[in-house]
Design a protein around this ligand. Structure first.
Ligand code: FPP
Length: 227
């Protein structure tokens, strides 16, 4: 395949640093997560103008259950509030919500809220995929199991059963807060994605930071193993 550099259709973000943002201000961690949701809201409003078709956000990993019970509760409550408060705006702005991960194992009221939100945003053209109770290794194992039931296991048959199967190929993966690892997020999908790691803590991440990352992405030459 020829090398190419173009605009990013699918951008995924590991939203890291809420806790440190709060700690630096001597605030409770919950407030860091709350400000993190505000950063999400601003970004979702800004992405259509940037030509991004799909934004995928890592909101809760399958490993996040290891956090103290009250923090898990805070994150789940933020999710409830976010869906409730922002769903009308999603519908109005043509945002199509997608959820990736084992989200049906969440509390039944959240599952019901998400099912309703998925149905009511199904006709949107701007995709917001939220990874909830998501672990990439688990996703790949599930996909491989399904592929095996149906016949041959190949890269294509596994890819066809990933939670992201109907999303555009991942172009750019961003992680905030200075950590340089993938933490079980979109491992398969990142095979040819560009990666950008920024020091900004998630609550401080603005649309301007995303525009900057997109400019860095556009300057890269993607070869997909060719030359
Ligand atoms: C990492 O910060 C962030 C998370 C574990 C959760 C991300 C969740 C949100 C931004 C809010 C919920 C999202 C939506 C879409 C409603 P951290 O706590 O690991 O920070 P630290 O590494 O500085 O402690």
């Amino acid at each position: 395949m020829a090398s190419e550099s173009a605009s990013a259709r699918h951008v995924a973000i590991i939203m890291d640093g809420n806790g440190r943002w709060a700690k630096r201000r001597h605030l409770p961690r919950a407030l860091g997560h709350k400000r993190g949701v505000e950063a999400v809201r601003e970004l979702v409003r800004a992405v259509p103008a940037m030509g991004i078709e799909c934004l995928t956000l890592y909101a809760f990993s399958s490993e996040n259950w290891k956090r103290p019970e009250d923090e898990v509760g805070d994150l789940m409550n933020l999710m409830r509030k976010f869906i409730k408060s922002d769903l009308p705006e999603f519908i109005e702005n043509g945002v199509r919500l997608r959820i990736v991960g084992d989200w049906r194992a969440l509390d039944s009221d959240i599952v019901a809220m998400l099912e309703d939100a998925l149905e009511r945003t199904a006709n949107g053209t701007q995709t917001l995929a939220v990874a909830l109770n998501y672990g990439s290794q688990q996703e790949i194992a599930r996909a491989a199991t399904q592929a095996a039931h149906e016949g041959e296991i190949t890269p294509d048959t596994i890819a066809a059963h990933l939670d992201t199967a109907d999303l555009p190929p991942l172009d750019l993966l961003i992680r905030t807060s200075g950590e340089v690892r993938l933490s079980n997020f979109l491992l398969w999908q990142s095979a040819y994605a560009e990666m950008i790691f920024v020091d900004t803590l998630w609550p401080d991440f603005t649309p301007a930071h995303l525009r900057d990352a997109l400019a860095r992405f556009a300057a890269r030459e993607r070869r997909y193993g060719g030359r």
